[in-house]
Each structure stands twice: as C-alpha cells, then as structure tokens.
Design a protein around this ligand. Structure first.
Ligand code: ACM
Length: 579
C-alpha cells in the first residue's frame, strides 16, 4: 500500500459519498434564537471595491441596515467594561494598531468613560449574549459607535473576530496599511450570535512533518478568526516524537530527529509548548495534545529498547505507511510500559491547562485485539489518573472499560465503513460524547480536485479518503446524519484534521487548510439546518441556514482578509474571490 493504510476507513466498492441521509434524528437547536435564525444571506453591500462584507461562520442573525457606517479614527478608544473585557480589547488593539497606525488605547469603561461615537465598547456582563450562551455575543455598529457585548470574555473575543471580519481587510496587515479610500469603516450592523457546538477544532499533525512554533501561532490566529476554539496537536507518531518529556529524554533526543521523506526533525521544548498554549489562550483556543498509543509508536520504540517485546529498538522510520508498530502488552515489559504511560501522560497533563488529553488508539493493526484492549485499559487508566478527560480515535470504542466521559473521535466516512458507527456509539453508551471528523469531507490533507499542477499532479495532498475533496463537499455534510443513533446532544463538536505526509512547510499547510476549514467552521458554529431540510437529507438549501451562495460570497470577503494576512490559500473555483 503506497500511503497511510487507514484500513478501517476503506470505502466499500461502489459506495457513494453523495447520499446524506438524515436518519430521522431529532434536531435540537442550541438556543431559542437559533430556531429563529433569519436564514438571510448575511452579507452587507460591497464597499471600498472589496468583496461583499459578511461573517464566516454565518451568525444566527446578521442585519445590515442602510444607515451611516462607523468609522475607526485616530482618536478612537477601546472602552472595556466588565471582567476580562480589557484583555480582549487589548488583543484586538494589538492587531489594529499595526495596520491603522492609530493609538487605540484601552480605557476602563467602569471608571466613567462612556463610549463616544468614534469608540468601540467591549462589554462583559450578565444577560448580554443570546440566551446567555457561553460563547454568544451581540455586535451593534453605526455612526454612533460600536458595541460588542457578551456574558463571558470568550464570547466577547468571538465578537471581536466578527468585528475584524467586518472591517476592511487591510486591518489584518502586519505592516502599516494605506487607509482604505472610505476610511476604516464598519457597516451599520446588528449581529446576534452563538455557537451550535462547544468543540470546534483544527488538528495539526506535527509528527510526520514538524512545524516551528511561529507557524503554529500563525495557524492559531487564523483559526480563531473562524471562531474555532480547539487546536489539537498530533504530537507523536511513527515518524517523530515532538514534545519534551523530562523523565524520558530519549523520546526527543533519539525520537525527534526524523520526519517523512528525511525532511529533518524537531520538537517543542516545554517552554515552546507553553508559548503555544498561552498564545492560544489569549484567543480562547484550547490546546489538546495527542500522544498516539499503542500503535503509531515507532519513534518511541526506537528511543527506548525496553518498550519493545524483544528488547530491540527498531530503526527510525521516515515512510508513510502505518499500522506496523505497537507498544508491548507482555508482562515482561509491563513495568517499563506502565511507567512510560504514567510519566508521559502526567508530564503532558501538567503542561496542559485545558481539560482534554488525546491518547490516540487508531490503526493499531500490529496489535492483537486482546493486547489492544489490555493496552487501551492501561493507557486510559494512566491518562485518567491525570484528571483530564480523555479523547481517543473511534477504534478505542472497542473497549468497554473506558473512563467516564471519554470522548470518541470519528474518522470514518460520511457513510460509516465497517464497524466505525458501533465503535463510535460505544463512547456514548459509556457516558461519553463524540467529535466528528469524517475523513472524506473533513480531512484537509485530501487533494483539491482541479489542482493547477495538473489532474492530481501536485505533490501536496493524498486521495485515499475518497479524495479529491471539493470545498462544497467539505461544506455539504451534517453532523447528526453520520452515525445512526447519535443525537445532537451526543456530539461534542466537529474537527478538521490536517495530516502532513506531503505537507512540510507553512505555505503548503495554508494551501491545504484554507479555504476548506471555513466550511468545517461553519458546520461547527452556525445554526443547524431546518429539520425538514435534514429529513430530506439536504443540509445545504437555498436561503437556509447553510446557503452555498451566501457562503461563497462571505468566503470571498474572508479571502481578502487572508490575502492581507499573507495566507497562501487555494483560490478554488465557484467563489467570487477579489484580486
Ligand atoms: C486516522 O486518520 N488514522 C485517525
């Protein structure tokens, strides 16, 4: 097999990806307001020669009345009121000062500073968000000023990302920008918004190829713009171990020097990792670290002979196929293996403030099933002892001894292959929940169909998950219609993984991730399609919550922001990109 095996997700011959059958799942919408989702196109008129203005992901409601706009000026202030508001205002100010050249001081609204018509008010107070939703917010703008308001700092931060998208794209520039012809204007707008799912993730595989801290920080800023709130770092695999573990130093000394194709290695020191976590936290993004166990462990087995059943360290591995490595279940290796599991999960948990620890569990094709179940029991016991909630790829659902609340991450297809659906519902039956990452629509390393280097000729991307994958396919699926029996409340969220067999540098990463991640962000954040659309298996409907024309138009506006940020995204067909 030429590439990653991923046998479990293999398609049945002739199976069609198109059929999206909503299996009579009752759709429970998160908020009352969501029920009243305006189903408008959510776009404001074109301004400044730019694309139509609009917000991605689509808000619950966005109204752009035909009134005078707000203008950010030299003397504008960021007036912060309520706990945590000043920090959010400061994060916005740090971005906008660079491009506008304005001072944009953050002032304390509680000290009697009332927001003036040229100011932006950042307010945290009870009762501001629609239905009090934790990440919900409102945004009001016009010639009398801008007011962002939420019940929590996280909600206020999400509001500031809508603000960012509604301002001229040049606001993103990391150097002083020429002011737009009409000034730094924001259309008159009235937005009420809250997320559908609590967990909205992006995964970076930094094991097959390593990405320096700066690349990860850039990625965090860009996913935050899309209101994603989780960065899952796939830190270990056969090809490399990328995180410092003090009690097992050879993991990085010997296990971090390789990557796919001999492209060199790298790892994050604990200080590097803390920098990532802190930068993410400023953007209300939670880092989920993954150590992939018990398979995908060649780098660790190479670093420590005592983890191998035969006591012999395998050679380092720089290929793409997987499914050949495994921790050893035998009693002779139990002391070393259990010490390794306890130390690695403890050190990882200690440097991770977020609630989750991902322990892998996928594609352990070289582990006999009895050994797999024994190892999963020991891995999850070690992980649970850290106090974190565990996440595992759906194969871990084979275990009926999962710690309370363990979350399953589904990576089969829109049409579940083999026993993927049963393995996934096993997490729910054991009191946990599910993250959906159907590989044929949510894996961002699948090729684009019409690559400019010729039909599938680019060196970037793979096709094994029924690729190539279009933007519209990434947009056209519904989380409640994948695994039979899974209700909205069972779904913690949605995540788009980027595996990096073929992706070795930041521009390649950006090309594969954008714009398809915007489709996944909209599925994760925006209101659910109507029950009738879902009953007909059509989550994407004209004028509905997920309207393709509206998405394309808003994406063009987002594209102008990505241009200003210097992101090398793929300008896929069908979107009215602005040159
Ligand atoms: C996976 O793609 N093996 C999770």
């Amino acid at each position: 097999m030429p590439r990653r095996t991923r046998n479990a997700a293999r398609r049945a011959p002739g199976a069609s990806r198109a059929a999206l059958v909503a299996r009579g799942v009752a759709i429970s919408l998160v908020t009352g307001l969501a029920l009243a989702a305006t189903l408008t196109a959510c776009t404001a008129p074109a301004k400044n020669g730019e694309a139509m203005t609009g917000i991605v992901p689509a808000p619950i409601s966005a109204d752009y009345p035909d009134r005078a706009p707000f203008t950010l000026e030299q003397n504008s202030r960021l007036v912060a009121k309520g706990e945590g508001a000043a920090a959010v205002a400061e994060t916005f100010g740090a971005l906008a000062r660079v491009s506008t050249g304005f001072g944009l001081p953050v002032v304390d609204g509680a000290d009697g500073a009332d927001a003036a018509a040229s100011d932006i008010a950042f307010v945290v107070a009870a009762g501001e968000a629609p239905d009090g939703a934790a990440e919900g917010y409102t945004l009001e703008s016009g010639s009398d000023g801008v007011r962002l308001a939420a019940d929590t700092p996280a909600g206020l931060f999400r509001a500031s990302q809508s603000l960012r998208q509604l301002l001229p794209a040049a606001i993103e520039r990391t150097d002083a920008a020429k002011p737009p012809a009409d000034g730094w204007t924001l259309p008159a707008a009235s937005v009420a918004d809250a997320p559908r799912f609590a967990y909205r993730g992006s995964m970076l595989d930094v094991a097959r190829h390593f990405f320096p801290v700066e690349d990860v920080l850039d990625h965090i800023d860009r996913i935050a713009l899309l209101k994603l709130n989780v960065l899952h770092l796939h830190l270990t695999d056969d090809q490399g171990w990328r995180i410092q573990i003090d009690s097992w130093p050879e993991l990085t000394a010997a296990g971090a020097t390789t990557s796919v194709g001999g492209d060199g290695g790298g790892f994050y020191t604990k200080d590097d990792y803390r920098r990532i976590v802190e930068y993410a936290a400023e953007r209300f993004v939670t880092v989920v670290p993954e150590v992939d166990l018990p398979g995908h462990t060649n780098a660790a087995l190479h670093a420590y002979p005592e983890l191998n059943c035969d006591g012999v360290a395998p050679k380092p591995y720089e290929g793409m196929e997987v499914g050949f490595s495994s921790l050893c279940a035998s009693p002779e290796r139990a002391e070393a293996t259990d010490r390794f599991l306890a130390d690695v999960t403890r050190e990882l948990a200690e440097m991770t403030p977020g609630p989750w620890l991902h322990v892998g569990g996928d594609e352990s094709l070289a582990t006999p099933q009895a050994d797999y179940l024994d190892l999963v029991r020991r891995i999850t016991a070690a992980g649970a002892a850290t106090g974190k909630t565990l996440i595992g790829w759906h194969e871990m659902g084979a275990s009926r001894e999962l710690p309370a609340g363990t979350v399953g991450q589904y990576w089969s297809y829109v049409e579940p292959q083999e026993d993927a659906a049963e393995l996934t519902t096993s997490f729910v039956e054991q009191g946990g929940s599910v993250i959906l990452s159907p590989a044929d629509v949510a894996y961002l390393d699948m090729k684009y169909p019409d690559d400019p280097d010729g039909p599938l000729g680019s060196k970037l991307g793979l096709t094994w998950a029924d690729g190539p994958t279009t933007l519209e396919e990434a947009y056209g699926w519904e989380p409640t219609a994948i695994v039979p029996g899974l209700a909205e409340a069972d779904i913690l969220g949605v995540e788009a993984p980027l595996w990096t067999e073929t992706i070795a540098a930041a521009p390649d990463l950006e090309y594969m991730v954008f714009p398809r991640i915007a489709a996944i962000a909209e599925i994760a954040w925006s209101p659910a399609p109507s029950a009738s659309a879902l009953a007909e298996g059509r989550p994407v409907t004209d004028g509905g919550a997920r309207d393709l024309d509206s998405f394309h138009g808003r994406l063009a506006s987002l594209g102008a922001h990505l241009d200003a940020l210097g992101v090398s995204y793929r300008k896929v067909g069908g979107v009215p990109w602005v040159d």
